[in-house]
Design a protein around this ligand. Structure first.
Ligand code: ZN
Length: 142
């Protein structure tokens, strides 16, 4: 994926975030995360049915990187099984830590592959995934 494609993916998700806005529904698992080194505060809600992520929504105030990363995460995770989702998260972490990772698995999230060059931005990209991790714990997965 070239730099222009990556930039346009991030911009697209920032200006038009998917599934923004929370709903009243107790069947979703909720998780709040915030990043003290930025303005980021994300409220995430995820619906898991039959071991599959069937829906996810978010709200909150966040910078461009964090907002787009949350939207991309949601877009990537919906329709995945828990196992697949955890594998994606693992690979996303590896990418941010400059370790080897599976590019295909990450889909659009690969747009952040050079964010390690800005260590203070890494947390912004990771924040929604920490929310996902909290949801997993709540769901009973460590
Ligand atoms: Zn941020």
């Amino acid at each position: 994926m070239d730099q222009n494609t990556k930039r346009s993916i991030i911009l697209d998700h920032y200006s038009n975030p998917r599934n923004r806005g929370l709903i009243e529904d107790d069947t979703y698992i909720k998780a709040d995360t915030n990043n003290e080194s930025c303005i980021d505060e994300i409220h995430l809600m995820v619906k898991i049915d039959n071991n599959k992520i069937v829906d996810a929504r978010f709200d909150g105030e966040a910078c461009a990187i964090c907002t787009s990363s949350t939207s991309i995460m949601i877009d990537t995770l919906i329709g995945k099984t828990i196992e697949e989702a955890i594998e994606i998260y693992k690979n996303f972490n590896q990418m941010l830590n400059e370790e080897e990772y599976d590019e295909e698995l990450l889909e659009q999230a690969v747009a952040y592959d050079d964010i390690y060059k800005q260590p203070n931005r890494k947390k912004c990209a990771l924040l929604p995934w920490w929310g996902f991790e909290k949801v997993m714990k709540e769901y009973g997965i460590k």
